[in-house]
Ligand binder design. Structure first.
Ligand code: GDP
Length: 138
């Protein structure tokens, strides 16, 4: 799975109606979509997904944000997927993100930052299986 990563277009990106633009930017950067859905996360699912941030002061806010509207999880494939996708989305805080990155273009704040990208190959595999069963993946 080292050539795969999980992207999520977060509720703010769906609300801004830029899902198509974000997917176009991702595929133009050389990623292939291996799985995708439009869905609402349950509170339990969002809590489990961000379990690693449980002790952070913003955990509750983060979970509430992620269930505030539909999200679009996308399983992506490309050589060096995790690192290349992190580069494409830019820094967590859009104010710090490089120009042309997805967060610079579409994120409003550090909290509501349009997209998620896995931070390691190990987490990419776990995160893809959080959203997709085997028969939902190419
Ligand atoms: P990422 O790997 O770039 O997504 O950043 P982190 O792993 O540090 O944080 C996970 C997510 O938590 C971010 O993408 C934001 O949506 C959210 N987040 C980070 N910092 C803050 C904060 O200070 N306040 C709130 N409310 N959310 C935050």
């Amino acid at each position: 799975m080292s050539n795969r990563t999980l992207a999520i277009i977060k509720p703010d990106g769906v609300r801004k109606n830029v899902v198509g633009k974000i997917i176009a930017q991702i595929t133009e950067a050389g990623f292939t979509v291996k799985g995708m859905k439009l869905m609402r996360m349950s509170k339990e699912s969002a809590q489990a997904f961000y379990e690693v941030h449980k002790e952070r002061p913003f955990y509750g806010e983060l979970v509430d944000f992620m269930i505030s509207g539909p999200v679009v999880p996308i399983a992506l494939e490309k050589e060096n997927a995790v690192a290349d996708f992190r580069k494409l989305i830019g820094a967590t805080d859009p104010a710090q993100a490089e120009s042309g990155t997805i967060r610079k273009l579409y994120a409003g704040s550090k909290a509501e930052n349009a997209v998620h990208g896995s931070d390691s190959d190990e987490n990419a595999a776990l995160e893809i299986s959080h959203f997709f069963s085997r028969n939902e993946l190419l």
